[in-house]
Design a protein around this ligand. Structure first.
Ligand SMILES: [Cu+2]
Length: 165
């Protein structure tokens, strides 16, 4: 008693019926059911050693200033950011390079600063970069925006933007 418009997917000879297809809030990807023995996910990701802005130890986490340009070399590792306090001056150009040093599966970290419209992901072993102008003075929490572990919600810090005189 299949409806006429029923869709079948062929997975190595097994026909499976699509019973629902919809994005899952709040993440913009689709869910599918598939037999577990058909998939072979990456268990341990490789470090992207080619990115010159990557750092692999919290000892190398740092903030460099050159005039009004501030560059953050940061690490995301469950369940912390290094550094977890970023002090800048209003008007600074801020560049954040963030390396996710977790290499095991499903440990994607995010980095969000709500009032700066900043939100990006970093996959295991990758480094991502964001640039913005610190044009609003104040104290701005940043936090991991991807569920990464039981302590995900503790993964946070603060950006302090000192007002101009
Ligand atoms: Cu995280």
């Amino acid at each position: 008693s299949h409806p006429e418009n029923m869709q079948l997917v062929d997975i190595e000879g097994d026909k499976m019926e699509i019973i629902n297809e919809a994005p899952i809030d709040p993440e913009p990807h689709y869910a599918q059911i598939i037999k577990a023995d058909k998939i072979n996910p990456v268990k341990i990701y490789e470090k992207d050693e080619n990115n010159p802005d990557a750092i692999w130890s919290e000892k190398d986490a740092r903030i460099e200033r050159n005039g009004n340009k501030v560059t953050v070399y940061g690490i995301a590792v469950r369940s912390r950011f290094y550094p977890d306090e970023i002090k800048v001056n209003e008007g600074d150009e801020v560049t954040i390079h963030l390396t996710n040093i977790d290499l095991d599966q499903d440990i994607t970290h995010g980095f969000g600063i709500n009032l700066y419209d900043v939100n990006f992901e970093v996959q295991p072993g990758q480094t991502n970069t964001i640039k913005f102008k610190a044009d609003k003075p104040g104290v701005f929490p940043f936090y991991c925006t991807n569920f990464c572990s039981a302590l995900h919600q503790e993964m946070q810090g603060y950006m302090l933007v000192k007002p101009k005189e």
